[in-house]
Design a protein around this ligand. Structure first.
Ligand SMILES: [Fe+2]
Length: 236
């Protein structure tokens, strides 16, 4: 059993990092082949271009990535716990069901926000082109006006800033979030996500968030943002 367990762990150690699964989960699965592994969320790998950026260090990105993997692991853990939660004890003041569902929104927010953030870093900044630029000019007046509002919102937020398209209003807006799960707007889809938590910049800039936001803009990959824009429900 020990040999098979060692071989299993060796074979899956890289996959474990990539999938965000805990070693404990893998070991349990190795010893209980019939047991299912929770795989609701699978961690994506960092792009190599995000590890050699000017202005946001490799160390910051590596440490930041660990936090992201933690969100993936906890999201899976909470989903697994929900499979066995006692529904008869549901209570709005305190109940395991309430705690799991509230914290699920925080954990999943941590997964989704960071996937947008990591995915569109590693670029060369500049500004978007084509239809996306047209929409930004339409909804903010000019690219410069959008960037001014976006950066200022980054100083006002405690967690996130999202450039998002509200499919109900039919327009873009820079939304502010104070946590991974605050404050979502239904039917608004983010295409740019700026992490303003201190962990995103403290190693590089201490408390100088303004310089970090400038570095974020210089490393934004607009081609990735344009790809997200292309998937929006904009038909006109
Ligand atoms: Fe973060």
């Amino acid at each position: 059993m020990k040999n098979s367990r060692r071989a299993f762990l060796k074979a899956t150690s890289l996959g474990a990092l990539a999938s965000g699964l805990l070693d404990a989960d893998l070991m349990a699965a190795a010893e209980n082949p019939g047991q299912s592994i929770p795989k609701v969320y699978v961690a994506k790998l960092l792009k190599s271009s995000t590890l050699s950026m000017e202005g946001i260090s490799k160390r910051t990105m590596e440490e930041h990535y660990k936090l992201y993997v933690g969100y993936v692991n906890k999201s899976n853990e909470i989903h697994e716990a929900l499979r066995n939660v006692d529904l008869s004890k549901a209570n709005q003041i305190y109940s395991p069901l309430r705690v799991l569902k509230v914290e699920l929104s925080f954990a999943v927010g941590g997964v989704k926000n960071h996937e947008i953030y990591f995915d569109h870093l590693g670029g060369k900044g500049g500004r978007p082109g084509g239809k996306l630029l047209e929409y930004i000019v339409r909804d903010f007046g000019s690219y410069e006006a959008w960037e001014r509002d976006f950066k200022a919102t980054g100083l006002a937020a405690r967690g996130w800033v999202w450039l998002a398209y509200d499919a109900d209003r039919g327009s873009f807006f820079n939304y502010l979030g104070d946590a991974q799960n605050a404050y979502p707007i239904w039917n608004a889809v983010p295409i740019v996500a700026l992490d303003t938590y201190e962990h995103a910049y403290y190693l590089d800039y201490a408390t100088d968030r303004k310089s970090y936001i400038e570095a974020f803009m210089r490393n934004l990959d607009w081609s990735v943002v344009e790809g997200r824009f292309a998937g929006l429900p904009i038909s006109r």
